[in-house]
Design a protein around this ligand. Structure first.
Ligand SMILES: Nc1nc2c(ncn2[C@@H]2O[C@H](COP(=O)(O)OP(=O)(O)OP(=O)(O)O)[C@@H](O)[C@H]2O)c(=O)[nH]1
Ligand SMILES: [Mg+2]
Length: 451
């Protein structure tokens, strides 16, 4: 990953922060950014404080053989199901800071995780990727003695209390030294790459690459395609819809989600049953709530896991869907929990088309209305073919707004990875039958066909 940026007369290195879940990686980067005077850490998306992609800070400081040192500092997501994203980052590291939870409760997981890391940073034929052990959570009772840590790992150890910012700078400085050792060795071997001028922000590029990764390489569904219904007793009456008073941890996105629920609140809102066990409810300001039959849980932990999977799904498809959405849990009088998605309505192609058809004919000829609709659907089909899942592309789910052309429907409860289907053909079929039904073949605008 290290490269020589001749344009800026700089050496670029990447320091990756690895470690088990909840060990303090994000906290470390936040504290480090503050100490380095770098302001905000960029964290593309989080659920409940958990990193979903990475945290990112850039720092320019110091000189290496007369050149500026530019550090890209990134932390991995610790959750097992996000392993591919962690591996993608580790593969680009010049040095790794391993943030371990060295409290009595966290040490075993940290040891196993460190072993895993050490096996993954070996790159045959390449200079070593150095690892620093940042022994975190030293403030917690029963923290494992330092001598024990040093003895067992053989790595350089820096003690830290990331939540107080202690030790984070020291560990970073150590890691930069190791990264520069690697640069020196790469240079000696003639393997130091010449960096091209960045076409785009490196963090944006990383996010784009991560979004293109397959989501369930471990065979674990990242989305709730099978929200197994537990044996819950039949609910009495319509289920409760979540409101802004629900506890934190029951809503995603955590902050904005609560604002959305406040906006959607309607005192007289009552859910109505669509099909067996599937519920919908209209909120205020164009918000609608929806909950599928299988999204009811006896156990809060199971409900929260489902919520997290839905949040991950939302994070992954973010650029392709309308932005005002959230997922939330509501507790039912029977003591069960129900998972809801809430979406604020955005005008769809269908809505625009029907409004146009009801308006004065001279204002918009019917053929022009259909052509516009066809063009917009065609645009959506092309854009959504890049999405990581197959978003249903219909007149009701394509936004009327041109830029960006987003999915405005409910998130599919069982999204499939994108198939190599010809969505344009399917859409054109749909429009074609509408045209026949509404107008007859005489007015059919064949030129507008996207095929
Ligand atoms: N007591 C104590 N708590 C800490 C310390 N460092 C972090 N924490 C807490 O540990 C929790 C998890 O911290 P994060 O930084 O989000 O952990 P993470 O490693 O980024 O977790 P993932 O993103 O899920 O992989 C938070 O509540 C932090 O406040 C520390 O040194 N001492
Ligand atoms: Mg994190």
């Amino acid at each position: 990953m290290a490269s020589l940026d001749r344009a800026r007369d700089a050496v670029v290195v990447r320091i990756v922060y690895d470690g088990p879940p909840i060990a303090g990686k994000t906290t470390t980067l936040q504290a480090l950014a503050e100490r380095l005077g770098q302001g905000q850490v960029r964290s593309p998306e989080q659920t409940d404080g958990r990193t979903l992609f990475f945290d990112w800070v850039e720092y320019v400081g110091g000189r290496f053989e007369g050149r500026q040192i530019r550090c890209q500092i990134a932390s991995v997501p610790g959750q097992t199901e996000l392993l591919p994203r962690r591996l993608m980052l580790l593969a680009t590291a010049d040095a790794v800071v391993f943030v371990g939870d060295t409290s009595r409760n966290g040490i075993n997981e940290s040891r196993a995780h460190l072993e895993d890391l050490l096996s993954r940073v070996k790159r045959p034929g390449e200079p070593q990727v150095g690892v620093v052990l940042q022994a975190n959570k030293r403030d917690l009772p029963g923290a494992v003695p330092l001598a024990e840590l040093v003895g067992t790992t053989g790595l350089a150890v820096v003690e830290s209390v990331a939540s107080k910012g202690e030790g984070v700078r020291e560990a970073f400085v150590f890691a930069v030294r190791l990264a520069l050792d690697r640069v020196r060795e790469l240079n000696r071997q003639g393997g130091l790459k010449e960096g091209k001028p960045d076409a785009e922000d490196p963090a944006d590029a990383l996010l784009r690459d991560m979004l293109a990764l397959p989501l369930n390489p471990l065979g674990r569904a990242l989305w709730p395609s099978a929200l197994e219904r537990e044996s819950v007793q039949a609910p009495q009456g319509p289920p409760r819809v979540p409101d802004a008073s629900i506890p934190s941890g029951w809503i995603w996105p955590p902050v904005h989600g609560r604002v959305y629920l406040q906006e959607a609140a309607r005192p007289d809102a009552v859910a109505r049953e669509l099909t067996a066990g599937e519920w919908a409810c209209d909120g205020a300001h164009g918000w609608r709530f929806h909950s599928v039959g299988s999204a009811e849980f006896n156990d809060l932990e199971a409900a929260r896991s489902a919520l997290i999977r839905w949040a991950q799904l939302h994070a992954v498809v973010g650029p392709w869907v309308s932005p005002l959405r959230c997922v939330a849990l509501s507790q039912q009088p029977e003591g069960t929990w129900r998972l809801w998605q809430a979406v604020r309505s955005v005008p769809s192609v269908w809505q625009r088309l029907t409004e146009g058809l009801q308006g004065p004919r001279e204002a918009a000829p019917i053929s022009a209305l259909f052509s516009q609709a066809a063009a917009q659907c065609s645009r959506a089909a092309a854009r959504w073919s890049q999405a990581p899942i197959d978003l249903p592309c219909t007149l009701e789910t394509v936004s009327a707004e041109l830029d960006p052309c987003v999915f405005v429907g409910l998130m599919p409860s069982s999204p499939r990875p994108t198939e190599s289907i010809d969505r344009r053909a399917r859409l054109w079929q749909q429009l074609h039958s509408m045209l026949n039904a509404e107008l007859g073949e005489a007015h059919y605008v064949r030129e507008a066909s996207p095929r």
